[in-house]
Design a protein around this ligand. Structure first.
Ligand code: IMP
Length: 491
């Protein structure tokens, strides 16, 4: 008898990234429902943090499911791959596994689509030189997608894919080297090295060394590159289910996000069904919302604590002026929370929520919970099930002067009430927000196992959130602490 077709669920963040998607992904994967978990967009610009047996693990390109044994992993055709970083990430997870006396068998479980575009070393250089205005992550994501769309330039191939590196590494590595040399010469690129006495020494960009590193990473990944364009479709035909993992955050989508301060891929759930599977395989879309929103880089952020002062502060010196260790040695989070300056309240929330870049330690911008944005994003992305993360942190509002939780419940632009994020950055920055204050609570819900244990004030807040998205979605689950298992189903 023919088996039924499988289905695909998709998990996306519905703000600007860093919503804490790993928690719901891990929860869903542990249910045993899915055979494969797949990334569909972006590259090493993404950062997922997970806690495994007390160890903090950061991922950039590996699907989060790497920590769930027996789950197969797939880097989809719409992603862009930095082989050097990918290879290093695999090795670091293997090292952790060895330390814990476990084996995650990554080589056997991971497949990388041959159709994924390669992030070439020169893409990273160009991003570093030209991406500053958008404050990109500097991972070469934009330039790699530009070359993908451009295809060729006057007979020179621009879009080099992983399959090319597998089929004819010599030919394509030569092309990549030529691209690198051309850019290094054109921009006179240099790098800084530690000089051993606390200073830095500037040297010419080490092309040979970088290419050696690149080649050995390609060799490491080669067996994991698949040449089957129907890789996921075959699994669905066999009756297996797929869990897609979105990277970056819905509002960083290259078309529907806060253009031009966005990433270069399709971050909306539709992106999952544009390359590796058709849209009719979709079952549910899970939308992840961080209850205290954050944003990295430049761009409009209604409700940001401290507004543009916070934006500039977090971007100072490329984000390095107020890194995690600097803020923690200079400020006390509780004093910050008690301040009458909203910018400082934001800093207190950042410190309490550990809202810093996974690998860089750079501070994230912090804003108010926003019901209008939640409704807008859940409609735009077609969210069926809403997942709210970091709910445990809401109790920190008891340390503020008002002892209340500010929540945005109205937008107006030029005196007119609106229910969406305006299309232009100019208009988005002109928005006037209406704020309502809700009661805070004392109880620590970290480790709660049942929704019924939540304080009444938090339940009222979650109800309000769910009711603000009446068109589609139901509240599905709540993150109650940093541990992967700090997750409670809504009831
Ligand atoms: P890019 O993706 O490196 O080109 O960066 C474009 C913008 O998206 C910058 O503002 C980045 O800070 C932001 N961005 C990209 N990926 C993420 C993410 O995973 N979390 C948060 N911000 C991101």
């Amino acid at each position: 008898m023919a088996r039924n077709r499988g289905f695909a669920d998709v998990v996306v963040g519905i703000q600007w990234g860093d919503e804490g998607k790993a928690k719901i992904l891990t929860y869903l994967l542990n249910s045993g429902t899915y055979g494969v978990t797949a990334r569909f967009n972006g590259g090493s610009n993404a950062g997922h943090t997970a806690y495994y047996k007390g160890h903090k693990v950061g991922f950039h390109q590996l699907p989060s499911g790497v920590l769930v044994p027996n789950t197969e992993l797939y880097s989809g055709s719409g992603t862009v791959i930095n082989p050097v970083k990918y290879s290093a990430e695999i090795r670091s997870v293997e090292e952790l596994a060895e330390k814990l006396g476990e084996n995650f068998y990554i080589n056997d479980r991971l497949s990388i689509s041959g159709e994924a575009t390669v992030v070439q070393p020169h893409h990273i250089i160009i991003d570093g030189l030209k991406g500053k205005k958008v404050a990109t992550t500097g991972n070469g994501i934009g330039p790699a997608y530009v070359d993908q769309a451009a295809r060729m330039n006057d007979g020179i191939l621009l879009n080099i894919r992983m399959i090319d590196l597998k089929r004819d590494p010599e030919k394509y590595l030569k092309l990549i080297r030529e691209n690198l040399e051309r850019v290094v010469n054109q921009y006179n690129v240099t790098v800084f090295l530690e000089d051993g006495s606390g200073g830095k020494r500037e040297i010419a960009y080490p092309v040979e060394e970088k290419m050696r590193e690149f080649e050995s990473a390609v060799e490491h990944l080669s067996d994991m590159i698949t040449d089957d364009p129907l890789y996921l479709e075959r699994r669905i035909e066999r009756g297996e289910n797929i869990l897609f993992e979105g990277a970056n955050g819905g509002l960083l989508d290259k078309i529907k996000g806060t253009v031009p301060n966005v990433t270069s891929s399709v971050t909306t759930p539709g992106g999952a069904f544009s390359a590796d599977l058709p849209p009719n395989d979709r079952r549910y879309t899970y939308g992840v919302l961080k209850i205290i929103p954050s944003r990295v880089g430049r761009g409009s952020f209604p409700g940001e604590y401290g507004g543009e002062i916070s934006e500039e502060y977090t971007l100072q010196n490329g984000g390095n002026a107020h890194k995690r260790d600097i803020e923690f040695s200079n400020y006390d989070p509780f004093e910050e929370l008690a301040s009458c300056d909203w910018f400082r309240v934001g800093r207190g929330l950042r410190m309490r929520g550990d809202e810093y870049g996974t690998t860089t330690g750079r501070p994230r911008r912090i804003g108010k919970l926003d019901l209008i944005l939640t409704d807008f994003a859940t409609r735009l992305f077609g969210v069926d099930r809403l997942v709210v993360t970091k709910a445990d942190l809401m109790r920190d509002f008891r340390h503020t002067r008002e002892r209340k939780i500010p929540v945005i419940n109205g937008y107006s632009l030029n005196g007119m009430s609106i229910d969406f994020l305006p299309m232009t950055e100019e208009d988005a920055r002109e928005l006037v927000t209406n704020v309502r204050y809700l009661d805070s609570f004392e109880e620590d819900i970290t480790g709660a196992t049942d929704y019924r244990e939540f304080p009444a004030e938090l339940k009222a807040l979650l109800n309000l959130l769910e009711n603000s998205t009446p068109r589609r979605c139901k509240l599905y689950g709540i993150g109650t602490g940093p541990g992967t298992d700090n997750f409670v189903l809504a009831s």
